[in-house]
Design a binder for this molecule. Sequence first.
Ligand code: RIB
Length: 296
Amino acid sequence: MGQAPKITVVGSINMDLVTITDQLPKMGETILGQQFQMNPGGKGANQAVASARLGAAVQMVGCVGEDLFGEELLQHLQNEGIDVSNVERVPDQTGTASIVVSNKDNNIIVVPGANNYVTASFVEAKRETIANSDILILQLEIPLEGVQKAVEIAKENDVTVILNPAPICELSADLLEKVDYLTPNEHEFQHLNIEGNRAALIGKVILTKGSEGVSYFQEGKEINIPAYQIDVVDTTGAGDSFNAGFAVALGKGLTVEAACQYGNAVAALSTTKLGAQTGMPTKGEVSAFINHTNVK
Ligand code: RIB
């Protein structure tokens, strides 16, 4: 693969409050769970950390609160080798995600807090950082106007844009047209108004399907890249890991197909440990895994 790309992530930074339980409570019911953990998370920060571990030069653009979580998460990103000069502390609570992991799957409620400060004017002030990147990665845990502004700046400066539309919301055809790659999961794909946005979406959807791998579409045909077989502990952050792997590989000049394969390997390894970032692999770990493992 070629040189490590310069990646900017404009997105969320959360503290994940993770409960592990054998069963889920019904509404109004109290049950006893098995384990509790607090882990660094947020789709933006996760994608930044995964990209940095894969060797990219990563700039994070986002906000944390003036609280203990904010301090901890900022330090953590720095420890991962990420440039945090564009992460600001704001007078709000740091974003949190309440995550329940049950039978290796999860559900998540995010309270954005400080992430809501990543507005269009906040992003405009980071114009130079975005303009000087090879790749811009975005998700939807910050205000949509911040996402739109970042995409606009990237397009004015020939920066490749990857939008991971999670959590899904209504996206304009104008925004979709400017994005180079859109990486929904199957649930998000259902909400994309594929028919209405067909022209804006041609050639840019990379559909992630968990244990079924990913698909991209070429000349009306769906091309499936199968997932790697692995013993799964926790799928939290697998999508983020895929996005990072895909971005880094693309930034190094790989084809879409090869970038999907690389993303699949990163995602597979990330599921082997509990927590979004805990299992995210280094570049060396991915190479070793690819050389010794077969896909389904
Ligand atoms: O994609 C996983 C992430 O979603 C978690 O880390 C959580 O913070 C939520 O943003």
